[in-house]
Structures are given as C-alpha cells and as structure tokens.
Design a protein around this ligand. Structure first.
Ligand code: IPM
Ligand code: MG
Length: 355
C-alpha cells in the first residue's frame, strides 16, 4: 500500500529525530511492501523564520491532503521573546485544532531493561508501569479566552469545556480500556472547579455505556502523588488538556526518560498527528545526542492507528525492545550503565538492523 506522510520536522532536534523515524518507516516499507512518501512542511520556529508565522496556510492544507502527519518538535530560546500569538507553540496548537485532533494518546510503560533508570524505588518499579494517558487536546484552558485587563497587570486564561467535548474523549478512553485491562481513571479537580464537575458528571454518564469497564475518579493533586507512589494501579487515564500535559511529563519521568515516549493525536478521521512527547531540546540540537526512540515509536503508532498496520507497528516496537534489552543506550538513558552512549544515527542503525 502507498501512504503520503506530511512531515513537520520543526526546530532543534526535530529534523534529526524525524529523519530517524523516516529511515525506520522506509525499512518497514521494504520489508512489508509498502511505499511511504514524505512531503515536508514548515511549522514552528522554522516557519516564523521563513514566512513570519508559525503555521502557514500551506502547512495546514498539506497536512489535510496527507494520509498522516509526523512531527518532530517545535520551539527554542530564539523565539521565546515573541508575543504569544507568534510563538512556535502557537503553530503546534493551531495544527492540532485545524486537524480536529481532540484525543492525545500518550502511553507510558516501564521497560524491564530500563527499570534501573527509573527514579522510583525498586520495589515500586518492580510492580511495573503500563498506562496510557488520554489527554483532551483542543479544548480547555489552552483554547479558552485569555487576555490582560486594565493596566495590563491583570491576566486571565479560561478553562471551559462542553459536555460534547468531554463525551468524545471519554468514549475514546473507554473503548481503549476494553482492549487493555478494563479500567479508566478520570482525573479532574472537581472539589474546586465547575468545569471539572461537568467533566466528572459527563464521564460517569459515558461510563454507563461501558459496564464492563471499571471507572474511577481521582483528583489531579492526588494523581500526581499516585503516579510516583503506586503507578501500577493505572491502566487508561482520561483527563483535560492542561492536566494531561503535566501528568504525561511526570509519567515519562517515572518510566526513565522522556526520550522514549511517543504520542498519537487523533480525531474522527484516520489522519492523525504523531509526535514524541518531548520538546525540541535546543541545547543538544546538532550534537547527535538526541534519542530518536520516542519519534520512532510515534511512527509505529502511526502505522497502527492511521494505517491499520498492526504487524508492522509491532515489528518496530519489538526492534526497540531488543536494542534496549541488548544494552544499547543514548546519553539520556545511560543511567548507571557503563555502556558508551550511542548517537542518534547509531541508535537508529541498531533499530534498523533488528527490523
Ligand atoms: C506537549 C507540549 C506542548 C503542549 C507545548 C509545546 C505547547 O508540552 O505536547 O505536551 O503543552 O501541549
Ligand atoms: Mg507537554
């Protein structure tokens, strides 16, 4: 089969890690007889430099015309002093909204081979971590009304959700739980926020349609604690945009490295956007120190969700498992290991060899 992938390489380490993921896709293409073609578009800081805006219309049109989108990372100190509407991050939020990607899927699992790198106490890590965060991606405080009032010394951002927005992500989470261990933890701040009270009511209503799935509520502050105290209790987590942003970074750390975690952003069509959960790491851009694994695993998620190529997705995941088990490490996951760290292209090569 043939697939047309839009590439948003972005800034910092973005181009290096996207190149690695494309090399892996090409190897999969050779092995299983698929053709992947790539069309690059500008988004983020590189788009600001080239066209004065973080998300040119051509990029939106190109993504809409593609079968799927692979993204590296955006942002960097170079653009930090720009006003909010011109920041690279605005491009990322814009493309998520333009493609209607309301569900952000962020799996976090602890690789046995990396358990020693987890900052968790050994007895907690030994119980394992295998959870997936369903983060609402195009609503809430990220997209609510914001501004400054009066003399500019008062600022506000608005958390706002409709029942419809909550329902559609809740359904996605419950469907996923059915294929996993059958448990959904809905995270909110319903003891304080009205939007969270609507969130909770709505999730409960959706839960009635999935009597086979266990549903529980957890307050976000407690969830932050439980993620380090007893992370093995979580299966599917469903939460708002801002809480999901924060908790997914935390989840990535308890599993050892943010350099390992992929994500998929999907909506009602099969076209989605696939990206590592980490940022553009401008401090190591161009040094070869980036870990390509999160982006490579994001490409695997693309094969699974956008193209229904489960065998091919598993082949990538198995190759990543294998290199980690064999002890190959990039600098970020070196931990106490005495192995010499591999560069981004070297790690990519090891993964290619095992596909
Ligand atoms: C993420 C990032 C983005 C977000 C930033 C870069 C806007 O932190 O994808 O988690 O907050 O959504
Ligand atoms: Mg984040």
């Amino acid at each position: 089969m043939k697939f047309n992938i839009a590439l948003l390489k972005g800034d910092g380490i973005g181009p290096e890690i996207v190149e690695s993921a494309c090399a892996v896709l090409d190897r999969i293409g050779e092995k299983y007889g698929h053709g992947f073609t790539y069309t690059p578009y500008l988004m983020g800081g590189c788009a600001i430099d080239a066209c004065g805006e973080p998300l040119p219309q051509e990029t939106i049109d190109g993504c809409l015309a593609s079968d799927s989108v692979l993204l590296g990372a955006v942002g960097g100190p170079k653009w930090d002093s720009l006003p909010g509407h011109l920041r690279p991050e605005k491009g990322l939020l814009g493309i998520r909204a333009a493609l209607g990607l309301y569900t952000n899927i962020r799996p976090a699992r602890l690789y046995d081979s990396l358990a020693a790198e987890s900052p968790l106490r050994a007895d907690i890590a030994a119980r394992g971590i295998d959870l997936v965060i369903f983060r609402e991606l195009i609503g809430g405080i990220y997209f609510g009304e914001r501004g400054r009032s009066g003399d500019g010394m008062t600022a506000y951002d608005t958390e706002k959700y409709s029942a419809y927005e909550i329902e559609r992500i809740a359904h996605a989470a419950f469907r996923a739980a059915r294929l996993r261990r059958g448990k959904v933890t809905s995270i909110d701040k319903a003891n304080v926020l009205e939007s969270s009270r609507l969130w909770r009511e709505t999730v409960h209503r959706v839960a009635e349609q999935y009597p086979d799935v266990k549903c529980e509520d957890m307050l976000v502050d407690n969830a932050a604690m439980q993620l380090v105290k007893n992370p093995s209790q979580f299966d599917v987590v469903v939460t708002s945009n801002i809480f999901g942003d924060i908790l997914s970074d935390e989840a990535s750390q308890v599993t050892g490295s943010i350099g390992l975690l992929p994500s998929a952003s999907v909506g009602d069509s099969t076209r989605g956007l696939y990206e590592p959960i980490h940022g553009s790491a401008p401090d190591i851009a161009g040094t070869g120190k980036a870990n390509p694994i999160a982006t490579i695993l994001s490409a695997a998620m693309m094969l699974r969700y956008a193209f229904s190529l489960e065998t091919e997705a598993k082949a990538i995941e198995a190759a990543v498992d294998a290199v980690l088990r064999e002890g190959f490490r990039t600098a970020d996951i070196l931990g106490a290991s005495h192995a010499a760290p591999l560069s981004c292209p070297e790690m990519t090569e090891k993964i290619l060899e095992r596909i």
